[in-house]
Design a protein around this ligand. Sequence first.
Ligand code: ADP
Length: 186
Amino acid sequence: MIEQKGFTLWMTGLSGAGKTTIARIIEDELKARGLRIERLDGDVVRQSLTRDLGFTKEDRDKNIERVTFVAKLLSRNDVGVIACFISPYQSVRDMVRAETTNFIEVFVDAPLDTCIERDVKGMYAKAMAGEIANFTGISDPYEPPDNPEITVHTDQETPEESAASIIRYLEEQGFIPVEVGTAAVG
Ligand code: ADP
């Protein structure tokens, strides 16, 4: 079995910033290396584990609390967790940090204007038209990380470059073995 440590790679950022896009690249690359990886994604989790919850502050907190429980169990059993959640509140992200093993806060940073231009799911248009309440960045706050381990600027680099810098960090920290002689992504 390949030596790896459990970790919780926590991707936070606005909707459309690129969390899922980058996480998928990392997931594919690390699985191809034979590592144990589980990706927890807000959009998926909200259709299953937390489908009873909405987007009020209270429900957002519950959403992250439940996900944290899962990330805690996985990461302490040597699985690498890649979590993609807007998770707009610093205090909540600090709670995740305290609960999970080898927590790495990744700020997936794109200017709000860029996210609005991308409008991947057409949600910003709806939020700006007042059709969706509590939409992060429009009618709900987003607190950028105070002190993230990693920041990727998705308006200035490709998803592959962002993924490569995150994988490099995991290698440097000794959470995953160093892949000699490959710049597999980016
Ligand atoms: P999130 O998970 O943060 O809501 P998504 O990954 O679902 O964001 O959507 C981000 C969108 O931005 C995708 O359509 C992706 O192709 C696009 N995109 C453009 N440039 C980048 C980049 N450098 N990094 C990540 N995503 C990018």
